[in-house]
Design a protein around this ligand. Structure first.
Ligand code: FAD
Length: 300
């Protein structure tokens, strides 16, 4: 319950924050919503000597939508849910955010903190892989970009250096008519997923034109199921193509056995979540979408 001592810094600008992080080196940590970091500090599993609070950086709090969706790192889960523009452009974000934690946590927890944290239980990382998002990363040395699909290396191991900040996230706006679903099995409100799956796809009549599938809490990292798209687009949609995608997803899962169930159970539930997410996305998709129009961007 009692964290160790630390210095608290509250920069007013992004460049001030980056300087404070650089000067703090390995002992400094950014703090955003604090709803992953503070619980870890209370357990002394994290003992930073310097906290750099991102709360006053208004330049990290934006949602811009045109052909691309750009979301600042400090946007809270509550803001993601509230934004009607974001919901019109990319409704899976609201659907996913509503399955994260509870209202109080969503008022504080940020999208930047959720994707930077590196806990495989976080839901936004797989969604960002599903949307083929890019993280904008800054330090006093400048700016670089890393794809969400390349960012996660292991539990709490990411491509981020200690002196770096994720300042924003960007991804190509899905075209009108796409189908989407985030399916999450959990034991109760506020629990991390036993298994969860994000699916975004487009359809023309019975054909899947493009599809993207990613998984939460079914390995040490979020997982993008690269094979699922080719399987789902190989023939008109049928129970066989859906089963193929489910099998491809299950083949790359490696969940821990823990209080949420055995590895075998969680893998099977992962498959069920993938199947439900595909079916729900198909149900929502505009089936008249023409080939080439939608989700070409999902192909890398
Ligand atoms: C009871 C409970 C239930 C929860 N349930 C869920 C759930 O179901 N699904 C889910 O996804 N999450 C869940 N969470 C986590 C919650 O969503 C967190 O808010 C989120 O994981 C982290 O966001 P934050 O803004 O609070 O980050 P913080 O806690 O402030 O930071 C988390 C980590 O990210 C780093 N960091 C923060 N911002 C940046 C940045 N911009 N650039 C670089 N590094 C940064 C910090 O240094 C720290 O290491 C739950 C939390 C609690 C307490």
């Amino acid at each position: 319950m009692i964290p160790g001592d630390f210095d608290y810094l509250r920069p007013r600008t992004k460049s001030e924050a980056l300087t404070m992080l650089r000067e703090g080196g390995d002992e400094a940590r950014p703090i955003a919503g604090g709803h992953s970091l503070i619980p870890m500090m209370k357990l002394r599993m994290a003992t930073p000597e310097r906290l750099v609070d991102l709360g006053a950086l208004s330049d990290l709090n934006y949602i811009d939508i045109d052909k691309e969706v750009r979301i600042g790192a400090s946007v809270t889960q509550h803001q993601l849910i509230e934004s009607t523009e974001l919901h019109d452009a990319c409704p899976i974000l609201r659907e996913t955010a509503l399955l994260i934690a509870d209202p109080q946590i969503r008022y504080c927890g940020t999208i930047g903190g959720n994707v930077a944290n590196g806990d495989p239980g976080n839901d936004m990382p797989a969604l960002m892989q599903c949307l083929d998002a890019t993280y904008i990363i800054e330090s006093t040395n400048g700016k670089r970009e890393v794809k969400a699909r390349d960012f996660y290396q292991g539990a709490y191991f990411t491509a981020l250096e200690t002196v770096e900040l994720i300042t924003g996230i960007r991804f190509k706006a899905p075209a009108q008519g796409h189908g989407y679903s985030y399916q999450k099995l959990k034991r109760k409100v506020g629990d991390y997923a036993t298994a969860a799956a994000a699916v975004v796809l487009s359809m023309s009549e019975d054909n899947v034109l493009d599809a993207s599938v990613a998984l939460t809490n079914l390995a040490d990292t979020p997982l993008y199921v690269a094979e699922a798209e080719s399987i789902l687009t190989s023939a008109p949609l049928s129970p066989i193509t859906i089963k193929g995608a489910v099998k491809a997803a299950e083949a790359i899962m490696a969940p821990a056995s823990d209080g949420r169930g055995s590895s075998e159970y969680r893998t099977r539930m992962g498959g069920v979540m993938v199947q439900r997410a595909i079916e729900a996305a198909v149900e929502r998709a505009d089936k008249t979408a023409k080939k080439g129009g939608l989700f070409g961007w999902l192909k890398r």
